[in-house]
Structures are given as C-alpha cells and as structure tokens.
Ligand binder design. Sequence first.
Ligand SMILES: *Cc1c(COP(=O)(O)O)cnc(C)c1O
Length: 393
Amino acid sequence: MPFTQLQTELDIRSAQGLLRSRRTLTSPQTTHALVDGKLYLAFCSNDYLGLANHAQLIAALQQGAAQWGVGAGAAHLVNGHFGAHHQLEQQLAAFVGKPAALLFSTGYMANLGAVQALVGKGDTVFADKLNHASLNDAMLLSRAETKRYRHGDMAQLAQLLAQTTNGRKLVITDAVFSMDGDIAPLRELLALCEQHDAWLYVDDAHGFGVLGEHGRGSLFEAPLPPGEGLGWGNSERIIYMATLGKAAGVSGAFVAAEQVVIDTLINHAHSYVYTTATPPALSVVLAQSLQLIAQGDALRAHLQQLIAQLRAGLADLPWQLMPSHTAIQPLLVGDNQAALKLSAALRERGIWVAAIRPPTVPQGTARLRITLSAAHSAADVDQLIVALHELAH
Ligand SMILES: *Cc1c(COP(=O)(O)O)cnc(C)c1O
C-alpha cells in the first residue's frame, strides 16, 4: 500500500520544525504534571481556575455516575436527553443572561453545528483572520460565502458588510483570541452588526469562567451599573458559545441565545442531532463547577495578580510578551526551531510551556503560549520568570 507519500509529508514537516507529537501525563491535570517519571511545573493548560482536579467535582462525578450511570445511550433527540442535561442548560442560560442554552459534546462540535445550522448557500459569514480553527472549519462546512477581515479591523469589516446585500449575515469571532490572548472589540462588533442587520456569534472559550462579573464571560466585561440590566451584552443578536473543558474544568460546550435560535439548532445542527449525548453524570459535575465559578471571585483576583506578576517580571526579555491582559500570555519568539529550542530548554529546567507554531499561528510568529491558572502560586510564576531570564543570557 502506498503510504510512502504520507511518510514523506511527515518528514518535510519535521524538517521545518512543524512535526507535532504528544507527551503522556501520568498524573491529573494540575499545575504540576508527571511525564516519564519527571514532575514538571506546567504553564500550558486552559484549566484557568484549577477545577480539573477539584475534590468537590471529583465527588460530584462519582455521585452523578451513581445516579445516572455512565452513558447516555442515545442522541438527545432519541432517548438520550436527561434531566441532568436539561437542568444544566437552564442554569447555563441564566448564568450568561440568555433565554435558552443548548449543550454540545465539545466546543469544536458546537461551532460546527451552530454555524452550519444558522447560515448556508446564499448567506455570508464574516470572520476575524485569527479566529480559532473550529470557527474556520465551521464556516467552510456551512457552505455560506466567507469573508475574512484582518485581525480586529473594524473598518474592513464595515466595508465587507456594506458590500453584502442579500442573504443572512453572520459575524463570527473569538472573544478572547486563543493564541494571542487579546480580547475582540465586542461592542464595536455589535454596533456594526446592528448597523448592517447581522448576527454576532461570540466564541468565549477563554473568557467564560474567567472574565466578567462572577466569571460570566466576556459579555459581562464592564457591565452597566446595577439596575440597567446586562447592558450591551444583552442584545438578542448575540449568539454566545462557551466551552466547558477550559475554565469549567470538565468537558463539553454550550450555545446560549434566543429560544428561536436554540430551537433552530435542535432541528438543524448536525453535530447536535447526529451524535450521542454526553454522559448525564458530566452535567451533574458541570452544575457543581458552575457554582464554583460563580463563587470564584477570589480565584479570579489571584489569577489577575499572577498575570500582573508575570508581565512585570518578563518586561525586559529579548522576547516580547504579546499585549494581553488575560490568562493567555504568549511570548513571541518568531522562528519555529527557536521556539522549540526555548521550550526544550525550559523543559530541562523542569518547566513545561508549549511552543505554538504554524499553521496554528501565522508564519514567523512561533511563540511560547504561557497560560496561567488560579492554581499557580506566586512562587510558581517566579520560577518561570527566573528560568526565562537565565535562558536569555
Ligand atoms: C478550545 C477552543 C474551542 C474548542 O473547544 P473544545 O471544547 O476544546 O472542542 C473552540 N473555540 C476556541 C476559541 C477554543 O479555544
């Protein structure tokens, strides 16, 4: 069988410093990871609040399995939709201030299903060039026309929207850009969507649980004073998506929006209709996780302190931290091999930070994607700062 071509392609990737491989953890997801018998201080997970190995959530999973068993056994539209799923959907919707919510197995599937259900041939999707790969795949799958605008370039988006006169218009964006850590200009995006009668799809994978009052996400950043509702984030045009495997520490995702949008997804989102429901026990854990998020102001305050500590500590390095105020703090290296070398040198010092290379990020912008978690201590962050300074000299 002719697999030699596949091997050649892998060899080429390897020569370019682009070959991907996996490292196997033999301990739970915490700030310290055991790999090949060695313990590493890790700065690469998206477990921003340190919930992935939380004792209360482990207990909730055990209790959920005792109550509901381990498998859903069917898709939601057959006989796989359980009370635990249903209740969690209502809690999630209320938490993010939307009338309804729908659970998906993963964020990747939520994006594929929602975009494909909302737009099709004759419609247009507008997308930031630095959007997550799942949003890029989603717009291709939808068969709508696709128009990508330069990262954060509202003038170009306005132009593209103005040129589009027929069909539905859907603007899709990361709220917090996953490889850069910067936040999308959501208010400006919403204003443009209102002006041009478009819908706004916000992927808040890295904001939910971390940003906004009580961790309600990016739509709750700087809300209006009490008594004025949710403010701008309350617009019915906004279709909100968040993942539950990052700050929430478990697995899954949800879309929250007007009821008619959710009903449309239930009827048309293939990645919802044609897949087995997640184990209902996971919804029991997620309901508990949602409580920890809501009560997690102290965790978020600690995380903010760590971010400030890291930025101050790395200000004078030859490599630059990208302008981010979120838990994603990428250190720009540029060259692929140089990024790999720096990551390997840190690993020798017992610190694990993943090097991110093209095509995940644009050519020439390979970086160390440092992520912080509320589970890190100030001493952990100091250790990273000291190691990077040693490697710079
Ligand atoms: C991680 C991520 C996803 C995918 O979510 P999963 O639950 O991991 O499939 C989608 N969008 C963005 C921006 C992400 O960072």
